[in-house]
Ligand binder design. Structure first.
Ligand SMILES: Cc1cc2nc3c(=O)[nH]c(=O)nc-3n(C[C@H](O)[C@H](O)[C@H](O)COP(=O)(O)OP(=O)(O)OC[C@H]3O[C@@H](n4cnc5c(N)ncnc54)[C@H](O)[C@@H]3O)c2cc1C
Length: 417
């Protein structure tokens, strides 16, 4: 089934044009080739021929994306990206995310894309030459190394990986885990606390430092097994007296916390629009199956349980999508209250996505959990999203604080704005 994308009457022609052209590539080039494109991810034997075919197909699609001017929506034009404004990028994401894995064919690959954005904003000219350009042209890979096993990631003030300036070098000591893309990465952006190990905690002293993965003392302990698999590219890393040039700091000491917020804050809109695109796909798959599968003398679509699934998923997707667009419009208008809306979507959208994927799996029966369909991967992805980028509870606390503050200062909440 193709994605049904038509121009949205309330959007300007430019954004509609981007969405339509993105949908054309998704529908013509990616969806019909999904199995061949991603066969490298299959467990078991993949022949050399299949491997070559997949890589060649990916390059052909990337070339088509590039020629269509749809490459790297997150990057400014001077770095070969689309230079998209915030809303256009959000609206494009729901379309490209419909095909699982398609983002990489449009030049957006986490965590590289987040690191690129941070390097564009905080990098010096030299850092851009050395790390950003190779990251963009694909000759380098990267990771973002913030979370620590012995400290709660949901409370970044607790992070204690230390960076001490000795002469013209940083000396880094610490223990991180869940550094994604750790196996392939050529460098990590490491969240450190400037000062001696064990010194007073102070979020003003956070600093992000670029650390090449081949530097002496960078020990990649393991790829952590997740979701029942033995290994993954989410790595546990020990930094043992790692020395890098003082110039490898991104921005100033004290800006590390803000740089992390920059990465996560607005990025949550893009993640949620991706989730909306994936829910859209799960919904199409579910309804398609309900219309075709006969059980107990009738099609699934005629059974009230299944009609309930369809209606509940419709409501979940509409609510998730409209909440996300509302938050995106607020950010676009520089509205300070957007912070509350970002937290609201960060709680609501992954949960809605879990429910939508779950119902689609149920309707498909055993096939729903098979690797023949993208539903199992969606389900795991949706569940993981409830932890990553701040777990639900942290965002609920923030929503409640902001709401209560309004009432305490003599105002009430205006749901119209
Ligand atoms: C697949 C995957 C990829 C990841 N990739 C990266 C990466 O590339 N780089 C990186 O640095 N990190 C990465 N992470 C880590 C992720 O950012 C952290 O898991 C997340 O920030 C939560 O931190 P934590 O795991 O230490 O949980 P904790 O902070 O220990 O929280 C555990 C639980 O406590 C509860 N909780 C927390 N605070 C409160 C509160 N105030 N009140 C009530 N309950 C609370 C929540 O339910 C929370 O889930 C990844 C994680 C996953 C699963």
């Amino acid at each position: 089934m193709v994605m049904n994308v038509k121009p949205i009457p309330t959007l300007d022609d430019r954004i509609n044009d981007i969405r339509m052209r993105t949908a054309q590539i998704v529908n013509d080039a990616i969806l019909p080739n999904e199995a061949r494109l991603w066969n490298l991810h299959r467990e078991g034997n993949v022949s050399q021929h299949e491997r070559r075919e997949a890589l060649q197909l990916r390059e052909e699609i990337k070339q088509r994306v590039w020629e269509a001017g749809l490459w790297a929506p997150h990057l400014p034009k001077e770095y070969g990206g689309m230079g998209l404004d915030f809303l256009a990028h959000a609206y494009m994401n729901e379309v490209l995310a419909y095909a699982i894995g398609a983002a990489s064919l449009f030049g957006v690959v986490a965590p590289n894309s987040g690191n690129q954005t941070i390097l564009v904003k905080y990098g010096t000219d030299e850092q851009k030459q050395k790390w950003l350009l190779p990251l963009i042209d694909g000759s380098m890979e990267s990771g973002f190394s913030m979370t620590e096993p012995h400290n709660p990631g949901s409370d970044p003030r607790s992070l204690d990986t230390s960076a001490v300036l000795e002469g013209d070098q940083w000396v880094i000591n610490g223990h991180k885990w869940f550094t994604s893309n750790g196996i392939a990465a050529d460098f990590f952006i490491v969240m450190c606390r400037a000062g001696e190990p064990g010194s007073e905690h102070d979020s003003g002293q956070m600093v992000q430092i670029i650390v090449p993965t081949n530097a002496k003392g960078v020990n990649i302990v393991r790829g952590i097994g997740i979701w029942g698999r033995d290994t993954s590219d989410h790595c546990e890393v020990i930094y043992d007296n790692v020395r890098v040039p003082a110039d490898n700091a991104l921005g100033h000491v004290g800006q590390g916390h803000q740089a992390a917020q920059d990465r996560l804050g607005a990025g949550r809109i893009f993640h949620c629009m991706n989730s909306v695109g994936q829910m859209w796909r799960a919904f199409d798959l579910m309804v398609e199956r309900a219309c075709a599968r006969k059980v107990h003398g009738g099609l699934l679509k005629e059974k009230q349980f299944i009609q309930g699934f369809i209606a509940d998923s419709y409501v979940d997707i509409q609510a998730a999508r409209l909440m996300t667009i509302h938050a995106a419009e607020k950010i676009d208008q520089d509205d300070r209250s957007a912070r509350t809306d970002i937290s609201a979507i960060k709680v609501f959208v992954p949960a809605a996505y879990s429910r939508v994927a779950d119902r689609a799996i149920q309707v498909w029966g055993a096939a729903g959990v098979s690797n023949d369909l993208p539903l199992a991967a969606m389900y795991m992805g949706a569940r993981t999203l409830r932890l990553a980028d701040g777990p639900d509870e942290v965002h609920k606390i923030l929503i409640a604080k902001n709401v209560v503050h309004r009432y305490e200062t003599g105002e009430s909440w205006d749901f119209g704005n």
